[in-house]
Design a protein around this ligand. Structure first.
Ligand code: FAD
Ligand code: DHB
Length: 390
């Protein structure tokens, strides 16, 4: 098979890139190791920055988003038995939209298939070759056979555990990394959200987050130790812990309901530089991971491929290489802004080292400052809704 841009991975990054390229008249093929059903039902992120919403709308993907997405103009910080609203829209003029990642993925798949695009599901890329030549190859396994996809460029959008990054020779890439001694236990529950806005709760037993997917579905998270086993968390224990950490303001209680899904995700900060080598470009979780506290993962993936869409358009239209050459440097500015913000939110809101009371005092000081200083609150708000330029 031959195409102009070979894309590995049908997450938000790979699918959006294929969609953007199609709009510029550039052909692409997306290879995805999982089934369509699997990627359309994988429960992950839920917060779209203003810029992501603008991108989806501008490229014809705004219909269902505008109907079903929940626009939020603030978030709540809950700590020390008090609740404080960060009025994001008042402070920045921008807002976020709560719309599940799998809904974005469903919309993108539908749009690509309706436009005659090629996404091969259950097609696992096994290795890349010829990246230093004008015609690189993605080797993949499909229906029990070894196949080859020949292209002009390869874009690795295959997430943290993908194969693309490892095609770069040793010594080229530099890795920056931080692991955290805790993870998030995430649940999806058939319960009407008890609030209109997200609650980020700092509690002595650990962080908790109250989010949602629709007027009928709640999405909740609990900080748990990094090595925690989900088998030790029967539903009743999850609800009890959520009540302890969230029901800290008088007169407020959660709505409970059947738990539809639960999983534990480790927290990690990770960046690989540069995001390109020869004819291989890397985007999204394949080159950077943020802890989820700032809700940046999916948004960064979309921001990367928006740059790549423009860069390939310039190359195919008139042979311009400047945008492709600048891709890594430009994308990394936003990546590091999100790294710093996500690390800061994570450090401020989680239970850190129980043996170090100094850290807990710093956290309280930061949270208190957010409630009294419009300047500090604006800093949180402008990062959370997404910075137009970085
Ligand atoms: P992905 O969505 O990971 O897509 C990569 C795709 O590549 C996958 O479909 C994968 O199956 C495919 N693939 C991998 N290897 C191959 C191969 N060899 N051949 C072909 N295909 C391959 N962010 C938040 O902001 N909030 C959250 O609550 C949150 N929760 C998360 C929970 C989990 C379990 C994970 C893993 C991530 C979570 N994130 C969260 C982060 C966010 O979901 C990611 O940043 C986002 O999915 C990145 O999109 P992507 O397209 O770069 O990668
Ligand atoms: C959600 C996930 C996040 O990581 C976050 O910071 C806010 C909301 C969510 O899944 O709804």
């Amino acid at each position: 098979m031959r195409t102009q841009v070979g894309i590995v991975g049908a997450g938000p990054a790979g699918l959006m890139l294929s969609h953007l390229l199609h709009r510029q008249g550039i052909s692409s093929v997306v290879l995805e190791s999982r089934s369509r059903d699997y990627v359309e039902h994988r429960v992950r992120a839920g917060v779209l920055e203003q810029g992501s919403v603008d991108l989806l709308r501008a490229t014809g993907l705004g219909d269902r988003l505008d109907r079903e997405g929940l626009r939020h103009e603030g978030i709540e910080l809950r700590f020390d038995g008090e609740s404080h609203r960060v009025a994001m829209t008042e402070l920045t003029g921008r807002a976020i939209t709560v719309y599940g990642q799998q809904e974005v993925v469903k919309d993108l798949i539908a749009a690509r298939l309706a436009a005659g695009g090629t996404i091969l599901f259950s097609a696992e890329a096994t290795r890349l070759s010829g990246l230093e030549s004008p015609s690189p190859v993605v080797h993949y396994r499909y229906e029990g056979r070894d196949e080859e996809l020949h292209c002009d460029f390869v874009v690795g959008c295959d997430g943290f555990h993908g194969v693309s990054r490892s095609a770069v020779p040793d010594g080229v890439l530099h890795t920056y990394e931080r692991t955290y001694p805790f993870a998030w236990l995430g649940v999806l529950a058939a319960a009407a959200p008890a609030v209109d806005e997200l609650i980020y709760a700092h509690h002595e037993r650990g962080f908790a987050l109250y989010s949602m997917r629709s007027p009928e579905i709640s999405r909740l998270y609990l900080q748990v130790p990094a090595d925690e086993d989900i088998a030790d968390w029967p539903d009743e224990r999850i609800w009890a812990e959520l009540r302890t950490r969230l029901e800290t303001v008088p007169g407020w209680s959660l709505n409970e309901g059947p738990i539809l899904e639960k999983a534990i995700t480790p927290l990690r900060s990770f960046v690989v530089e540069p995001m390109q080598w020869q004819r291989l470009y890397l985007a999204g979780d394949a080159v950077h991971i943020v802890p989820p506290t700032g809700a940046k993962g999916m948004n960064l993936a979309l921001a990367d491929v928006a740059l790549l869409g423009d860069a390939f358009a310039a190359w195919y239209a008139d042979g311009r290489t400047d945008l492709l050459d600048d891709y890594s440097r430009t994308a990394l500015r936003r990546v590091w802004r999100a790294q710093q913000f996500s690390w800061w939110m994570t450090s401020m809101l989680h239970r850190l080292n129980a043996d170090d009371p100094y850290e807990a005092k710093l956290q309280s000081a930061a949270l208190r400052y957010l409630t009294t200083s419009p300047a500090y609150a604006t800093s949180l708000a402008e990062n959370y809704v997404g910075l137009p330029t970085v």
